[in-house]
Design a protein around this ligand. Structure first.
Ligand code: IMP
Ligand code: MG
Length: 187
């Protein structure tokens, strides 16, 4: 099957830069949740690489601190957005988190926050599950196109209004497995 694959324009965030920042986020999250149980809630599919590295960074921080621990659980949600030509896309949950989220500390792990609509939708869903706390960790924040105000607790990198791929993020399901973030060339 032939799929049009636009070329990459440039590397925006290198692999080492990503890993250094994720390690810092892991340390911060470990400190904030030390001696508590925390549910990392990954938003499929874009967050998977970030999720896996962040979970290991939290463990590394724990190993180095040699004091307390953060008991981590993994949960995942998946959303679909349907487009038609007249309406803004509507979001639908195709996989919700389990009952386990009730009365737990939840940290949403996202790849990128753009308009904020996905995160806002997810918040509303999580409220119905009555969690103890909900915070947000995103690898990338693209504030230029924000339509819905959202509170972000942990941000890897703020980027300008450009379409990026790699490290979980895709263009038409392509480029997810790049170990770095790149700017997509013209489509
Ligand atoms: P929001 O609801 O507009 O905040 O959109 C968030 C979702 O849009 C992300 O989870 C991505 O799936 C997608 N998205 C937004 N910007 C980009 C980008 O630059 N590259 C790849 N996906 C993106
Ligand atoms: Mg996402």
């Amino acid at each position: 099957m032939s799929v049009t694959k636009p070329p990459l324009e440039s590397v925006l965030i290198s692999e080492s830069c990503l890993q250094n920042r994720i390690y810092e986020l892991g340390r911060q999250i470990f400190t904030d949740y030390e001696n508590q149980e925390l549910v990392l809630l990954g938003v499929l599919r874009g967050s998977v690489l970030f999720f896996a590295d962040l979970a290991r960074a939290i463990f590394k921080a724990q190993h180095e601190s040699q004091t307390g621990e953060v008991a981590l659980r993994f949960e995942f949600v998946q959303l679909m957005s349907y487009h038609d030509s007249t309406q803004p896309s509507t979001l639908q949950l195709i996989r919700g988190g389990s009952d386990y989220l009730k009365q737990r500390h939840i940290l949403i792990v996202e790849d990128i926050i753009d308009t904020g609509r996905t995160l806002n939708f997810l918040y509303e869903h999580l409220e119905t599950l009555n969690p103890k706390t909900v915070k947000v960790c995103t690898l990338l924040d693209k504030p230029a196109q924000r339509q819905v105000p959202v509170a972000i607790d942990y941000t890897g990198f703020e980027i300008s209004d450009t379409f990026v791929v790699g490290y979980g993020l895709d263009y038409a399901q392509q480029y997810r497995n790049l170990p770095y973030i790149a700017v997509l060339g013209s489509i």
